[in-house]
Design a protein around this ligand. Structure first.
Ligand code: MN
Length: 520
């Protein structure tokens, strides 16, 4: 690979998926993986196969179906982890095992309870074992940002000798600052024999808002791989954002002289897809992909832009694929236009799925004059990605007001059987949730509720995201509707249905109406 080419390693499906409430099902992960391939990421980390049979299956399916990028699976420095990763990525044409072990004093002592010498030995063994599955082995020093530099040189020297081809230096806790982080890379290049045959890689977290700046500092000091995620999602404050690092390198090519293989016109679509499938909104002022990233409000700015776009724009919305007009469809749009628009938005659906989504679209178009991309995303999310509809919303009536007790009457369906309950509550949403709780076979505690208008105007679609705690597990649910109480009810049911789908996959029977699942 050329000296000035930066490898983009996307970890949206692994580190990104680790962030609270972001978990995706297999179909959703595949959809993201397809979009990442269109975006032309060089490597996609598809998951952490040892975590669960579901994770293994997701990585394996992505390895089977996605062509183009290298497919990576994560593994701790343990035999069973590396075997799981090795077998999961097996079908991919280009495959990588990414194995890691913690190297900071606090992690080695408190978490691993191992001496430094033992950690070196484990790292070497894991790299050798990984090499028996593939020639492409990445090794990471977890918490490298707080690792003693002398020890880092020692352990990197050992794993390079053992056959690691990419050396990743993660700032796992987001503690580093650019000058110091860059120095680590310079030191490794100076002192590790054979390092020139390996790719040095950066993996930064954004706890101090420095993930992108730190990644750039690493590149200035010889790193040639950046690990990042769409919209910067990830553990805690998230990871280095793919769109920001890629556009920084593109816009400031004069300064860095580096390039990536990313098709930047696919950035906006990728951002929307990940936001819609994870339920994690993008803040309006987010660089590159936020709603306001290209909105010019001040009169002087608007005037300047109209005269010459470069007066106030260092890149154009078209560079990152922001559609110039988002008004797409209406009541008179046909199935063909509908399908075409969904394809443009990055969805790859079967005829049957298109049919289902189109019916819903027609119903919405009767209520709402202008259908925006966000409406379509909400429809697809709601109709297609619902994880097994064990319970359906058949009927909902709510009364509420400032001088009346909120009351909800609800009917839920289960395989043709319909049951009704009513409840009062502190407001219409509370009343609705209490009524639902009487009918569902689990005890759920609502831990998070948020509502946002996802389209414009008074007839906008409202999207509700909820997080429930069921049996100690957190389950997220989302739904959109023009009626916010209905969206609230559907989001709650979406979470319950997701939980029940997981239980069913784990081999448990889902009880009939009126009975509770054992253990809850
Ligand atoms: Mn991480």
């Amino acid at each position: 690979m050329q000296e000035n080419r930066v490898i983009i390693f996307d970890t949206t499906l692994r580190d990104g998926e680790q962030c609270p409430g972001a978990s995706m099902n297999l179909k959703e992960k595949l959809e993201v993986a397809r979009q990442l391939a269109r975006l032309r990421v060089d490597v996609m980390e598809a998951g952490f196969p040892i975590c669960s049979p579901g994770d293994w299956e997701a990585v394996h399916t992505i390895a089977q179906e996605i062509d183009g990028p290298t497919i990576a699976g994560l593994a701790r420095a343990q035999e069973k982890d590396i075997e799981a990763a090795g077998t999961a990525i097996e079908p991919a044409r280009k495959r990588r095992i990414h194995t890691f072990i913690a190297t900071s004093p606090i992690h080695m002592e408190k978490k691993l309870k191992k001496t430094a010498a033992e950690v070196v030995e484990m790292a070497v063994r894991s790299v050798s074992l990984a090499r028996s599955f593939t020639d492409d082995v990445e090794w990471s020093a977890e918490d490298a940002g707080r690792t003693d530099l002398e020890f880092l040189v020692e352990i990197v020297t050992a794993v390079v000798e053992a056959g690691a081809t990419t050396i990743n230096i993660p700032d796992t806790v987001g503690y580093q600052v650019p000058s110091q982080y860059g120095r680590i890379f310079a030191t490794l290049r100076e002192r590790v024999p054979g390092i020139e045959k390996c790719v040095l890689s950066t993996h930064c977290h954004n706890d101090l808002g420095l993930a992108v700046a730190n990644s750039l500092a690493a590149l200035e000091n010889g790193a040639r791989q950046v690990e990042c995620t769409i919209n910067g999602i990830g553990e805690r404050a998230g990871n280095c954002s793919l769109e920001e690092i890629v556009m920084a390198l593109k816009v400031r090519r004069d300064r860095y002289g580096l390039e990536t293989g990313i098709r930047t016109e696919e950035i906006y679509r990728s951002s929307r897809l990940v936001s819609s499938l994870t339920g994690l909104p993008v803040q309006p002022n987010k660089a590159i992909v936020g709603r306001n990233a290209f909105a010019h409000e001040a009169g002087i700015h608007q005037d300047g832009i109209l005269k010459h776009s470069q007066t106030y724009e260092i890149m154009t919305p078209q560079d990152v694929g922001v559609p110039s007009s988002q008004l797409v469809l209406g009541k008179h749009s046909g199935r063909h236009a509908f399908r075409k628009r969904l394809e443009e938005l990055g969805y790859d659906l079967s005829d049957e799925e298109i049919g289902k989504a189109f019916e819903r679209f027609k119903k919405l178009a009767d209520k709402k004059k202008e259908i925006y991309d966000e409406d379509l995303e909400a429809i697809v999310e709601d109709e297609i990605y619902q994880a097994g509809e064990f319970l359906t919303l058949e009927y909902l009536q709510v009364t509420a007001g400032n001088r009346t007790v909120a009351t909800a009457t609800i009917q839920l369906g289960r395989e043709g059987d319909i049951k009704e309950e009513a409840a009062t509550g502190d407001g219409p949403v509370d009343a609705t949730y209490k009524a639902i709780n009487r009918l569902v076979p689990i005890e759920a505690e609502l831990t998070d509720y948020s509502i946002k208008a996802i389209t414009r105007g008074r007839d906008a679609l409202g999207e509700v995201s909820v997080t429930l705690k069921i049996n100690g597990r957190r389950v997220a649910g989302r739904a959109a509707a023009t009626d916010i109480i209905e969206a609230s009810a559907r989001a709650y049911l979406n979470a319950v249905n997701r939980f029940l789908a997981q239980e069913k996959r784990a081999g448990k029977d889902i009880p009939a109406f009126g009975e509770k699942l054992p253990g809850v």
